[in-house]
Design a protein. Structure first.
Length: 587
């Protein structure tokens, strides 16, 4: 695209830069130092989730400057803006977690509104923390503009200093924030001292970047490449690496190529691309939250792809990438082993990748994979024909306790650990469950039930990492199971079932359970059921007093609770692309 010579007759930015009537608009751009040439070029929104809330976001501002260099190099005019994030690690375990999932919608909404309000022609989105990645990708697909996503990068692994007085199992391994949550459980049961806890909290998170295991942020970063919205290998380099700037600059260049070719987000995000993304989640033992975010992205494209579709892909995908929390390694190790391209190359060897999908480079996934020379290292990335397990690290469940499905992460679990039958111990919210766990008011063999934590009933579908990590820290991670209509962190391990639907607030069976009801969870068969007849469930539903009242009777969370739909379909808050009556790019 020649400098200052773009044909804007079909681009949104013509509404703010072209013709005598737009003289007032142009005066604003001159006020910001733009030249006549720059005003005449396509406008590219460079959206970041930069803030000082957490290490995941702190490096995004610097990386955005590199993106802008790429846009300028390709004769576009970048316009940087920011949106919010709510960072799960800091929101975890208290009322703040209710804001987390709602923030995904706010991110998508605010990026959409900024793009629409200023008539930008294309979008490069930078995100670092759990909900900001899908939120940014949802905005791209919703707007259906030429789009490139770039991840801010993972945090470096933590290390205990030599000679520090901490238990050997902490001293001998790479640390992530998951270890800190589990250390709290150890501290509560008296097996970790105040001094050791103080040492660990100072070294577990040593740099900028998102949580280092295959938790939600890194899972969705892998999705960004697999689904085609990010350049190959751009998600892998840790946040502190200056080499990330090269990927950022290349992403700015790439979006101008897509704009010139009129390749839009929905040309990239197709049903096949969503299946590719689900494959990568499964084979890496990724976060169960992908079962929420992939349907939400599909919704923005008008594609019918719900939790059951995601789980069907999970079921027949081998698990062969050994990452925390179920495995041994962290995101930096995957990057050093060749990253997502090597993983996808292994999937291609098994015939499990759609090669004809477009990628952010403008080439197909197959063409991109043809450029990859590296092979599975056999340590972090096992060969696909010699996997860790033959089925995916994440499993979908269904039964009379979850007619709309549920999801569980089984990466790292032995087959005999994937079936659990026990009596229910019911809690009406996470706080009650956490207090009971802290006081050890549970019995081995029980199924801990945490309800009223769904998208509407919470509101906000909180993650339960504080509770699950406390159980693990107490050594009970394999001695009890836990089910909820809320969510689990990507860092959760143990037999923990989330997204049980319908949620209690919508009259789901989880809201009808009583202490002692016998629950069966079978991740091998894909079953989650309660030993109650249809007649008994119907009688309990008839006697049900309705949704639990919450304290959120006004404000953003009240509004979210009124709009949000089922977790099965991604917990979305608007009708989606199937109800569209216009295309933003063509207005």
């Amino acid at each position: 695209m020649l400098k200052g010579k773009a044909d804007k007759s079909k681009l949104p930015s013509r509404h703010v830069t072209e013709g005598p009537a737009r003289a007032p608009h142009r005066s604003y751009y001159y006020a910001m130092g733009l030249s006549e040439e720059e005003i005449a070029q396509p406008f590219v929104g460079v959206a970041t989730c930069w803030n000082e809330a957490a290490p995941c976001n702190i490096a995004l501002n610097r990386q955005a400057q590199a993106v802008k260099l790429g846009v300028k190099h390709a004769n576009g005019t970048p316009r940087e803006f920011t949106t919010i994030t709510v960072t799960d690690g800091i929101a975890m375990g208290h009322e703040g977690m209710r804001s987390s999932l709602a923030s995904r919608e706010a991110i998508a909404d605010t990026v959409e509104l900024t793009m629409r309000g200023h008539s930008y022609d294309a979008l490069v989105g930078l995100a670092g923390c759990d909900k900001s990645l899908p939120g940014m990708m949802m905005a791209m697909v919703r707007l259906n503009v030429p789009s490139v996503f770039i991840y801010g990068g993972s945090i470096l692994p933590g290390k205990v200093p030599a000679g520090a007085d901490v238990p050997e199992d902490f001293a001998s391994r790479d640390l992530t924030v998951q270890d800190m949550f589990e250390a709290v459980g150890r501290h509560q049961n008296g097996s970790l001292s105040d001094a050791a806890l103080a040492i660990l909290e100072r070294v577990a998170c040593p740099s900028a970047g998102a949580c280092g295991g295959q938790f939600t942020a890194n899972t969705m970063a892998c999705v960004s490449e697999a689904i085609g919205l990010a350049l190959f290998n751009s998600s892998g380099a840790p946040a502190p690496y200056e080499s990330r700037d090269q990927y950022a600059t290349a992403s700015g260049d790439a979006v101008m190529n897509l704009l010139e070719k009129n390749i839009r987000a929905r040309d990239v995000v197709t049903r096949k691309a969503l299946e590719n993304a689900a494959r990568v989640v499964a084979c890496t033992g990724g976060s169960t939250n992908a079962g929420l975010h992939l349907p939400a992205i599909a919704h923005e494209a008008g594609i019918d792809f719900d939790l059951f579709d995601v789980c069907e892909i999970f079921h027949d995908t081998p698990y062969f990438v050994d990452l925390k929390p179920g495995g041994q390694y962290v995101a930096k190790d995957l990057y050093d082993a060749g990253g997502v391209p090597v993983v996808m190359k292994e999937l291609r060897r098994a015939g499990l990748i759609h090669e004809d999908c477009l990628s952010a480079s403008g080439r197909t996934i197959g063409e991109e994979l043809d450029l990859i020379d590296r092979k599975a290292d056999g340590r972090v990335v096992h060969p696909v024909d010699a996997p860790i397990t033959k089925t995916g690290g994440v499993v979908g469940l269904k039964g009379n306790l979850a007619p709309d499905g549920a999801i569980v992460k089984v990466a790292g679990m032995k087959a005999e650990e994937q079936v659990f039958i026990g009596p229910a111990r019911v809690f009406e919210c996470e706080e009650d469950a956490f207090e009971a766990v802290k006081a050890r008011k549970y019995e081995e063999g029980e199924v801990i039930v945490i309800r009223n934590e769904g998208p509407a009933g919470g509101p906000g579908m909180r993650e339960m990492l504080a509770t699950t990590a406390a159980l693990s820290g107490q050594g009970a991670g394999k001695k009890v199971a836990l089910i909820t209509d809320g969510r689990f962190s990507g860092a959760t391990r143990g037999f923990c079932v989330g997204h049980v639907g319908p949620e209690a607030a919508h009259g789901g069976p989880i809201g009808l359970l009583k202490n002692g009801d016998v629950i069966t969870i079978d991740a091998i068969k894909g079953e989650i059921s309660v030993a109650l007849s249809d007649e008994e469930l119907a009688a309990r539903r008839e006697a049900w007093s309705g949704p639990r009242q919450t304290i959120y009777t006004s404000g953003a969370l009240w509004k979210y609770a009124q709009l949000v739909g089922s977790a099965r379909y991604g917990a979305v808050t608007h009708p989606g692309a199937t109800k569209e009556s216009h295309v933003y790019m063509d207005l």
